[in-house]
Ligand binder design. Structure first.
Ligand SMILES: Cc1cc2nc3c(=O)[nH]c(=O)nc-3n(C[C@H](O)[C@H](O)[C@H](O)COP(=O)(O)OP(=O)(O)OC[C@H]3O[C@@H](n4cnc5c(N)ncnc54)[C@H](O)[C@@H]3O)c2cc1C
Length: 293
């Protein structure tokens, strides 16, 4: 708080090296600065004012579209937190709803489509789109001799034609997200059996009555529940013990879709066939999956 009080007119003027020493994680400090209010109280009560200044020379290289991980979330899945916690406060999500005629409450959870559309609109609104280099993967990053200009050299490869560009920069913000290395099971058939999908978007992408979900985290919980609720027989296979899965469900009862999976698992007649502590050992021909219970 004293750091904020010392820079009342300009948060960017705060003593950041000193802030970094307070015993709160940098991520939580940033979140607090960005979202000082837990509840959304209307655009008029917005606690911060943003103004545009002369921009730095910047570029953002990304292999995926704006919205990052948000693009891979199932089509109808809701977030874990209220919509306005996911916003960048220079463009309140309430303003986005207003600008696009969407009748939504910023205190509610937000569906993936709205969130991804918000991130796209934000780039337009703040005039950032021209700095984004989409479809480029950073393949190397090295430091340079500090006496001779920019301190970093990066190599970017464009998807499609594999063109390579070298970029130099004084600063690098390394924000590749939590999923840079995609997880794999490393079992036979994982990548070559046509019935194995490594992505879940919507229940009607999966024809057939019996569907196996392999996972055990939030995305798998969503997929298993949505498939079950749309009439499929779901076999839900996960490596962790039942207690751990039930703890996640119990700790998530503030979310409507976790209330739902809880009640489905409690049903005796038509429930989800859960197999705990069960790794998949191979995906074989004709939809036969070997598991090791
Ligand atoms: C189902 C679900 C619900 C969630 N709900 C919430 C919520 O309610 N509230 C909340 O705060 N968070 C939520 N999250 C978490 C949130 O989505 C992530 O914390 C957030 O996306 C992280 O943002 P990021 O920019 O750090 O990384 P990402 O969104 O992962 O973006 C990183 C980007 O970098 C790209 N990239 C990686 N490597 C390279 C490379 N070498 N070259 C170029 N580009 C590269 C990636 O392709 C990606 O586009 C949820 C996540 C999931 C899966």
């Amino acid at each position: 708080m004293p750091f904020v009080e010392a820079a009342p007119d300009d948060l960017m003027g705060m003593d950041m090296p000193a802030v970094a020493l307070i015993p709160v994680s940098p991520c939580d400090t940033f979140r607090l600065l960005h979202h000082p209010q837990r509840e959304y109280n209307g655009l008029d009560a917005y606690p911060m004012r943003w103004e545009k200044r002369a921009p730095l020379a910047w570029a953002l290289f990304t292999d995926g579209p704006p919205g990052g991980l948000g693009n891979d979330i199932p089509r109808n899945q809701l977030t874990l937190s209220p919509a306005h916690w996911m916003e960048l406060s220079a463009y309140p999500i309430a303003q986005f709803y207003k600008d696009h005629g969407l009748d939504r409450d910023p205190n509610d959870l937000v569906i993936k489509q709205d969130l991804v559309s918000y991130y796209h609109a934000l780039l337009e609104k703040l005039d950032l789109a021209s700095g984004i280099r989409e479809g480029w993967t950073i393949t190397s990053l090295s430091s340079r001799d500090a006496d001779s200009g920019p301190r970093f050299e990066l190599e970017a490869t464009r998807s499609g034609d594999s063109e390579i560009q070298t970029i130099t920069a004084n600063f690098v913000i390394y924000a590749v997200g939590p999923r840079t290395l995609k997880r794999r099971l490393d079992v036979p058939g994982e990548f070559n059996q046509p019935y194995v999908s490594r992505h879940y978007d919507h229940w009607d992408d999966f024809p057939g009555q019996r569907v196996m979900v392999v996972g055990g985290g939030r995305s798998a919980d969503w997929a298993a529940t949505e498939l079950h609720d749309n009439g499929r027989d779901v076999i839900y296979v996960m490596p962790q013990p039942q207690e751990r899965h039930l703890r996640l469900i119990e700790n998530s009862q503030y979310l409507p879709y976790y209330v739902r999976i809880n009640s489905v698992l409690a049903e005796e007649v038509r429930t989800i066939d859960t197999r705990y502590e069960t790794p998949v050992t191979s995906f074989r021909d004709d939809g036969r999956v070997w598991i090791n219970s």
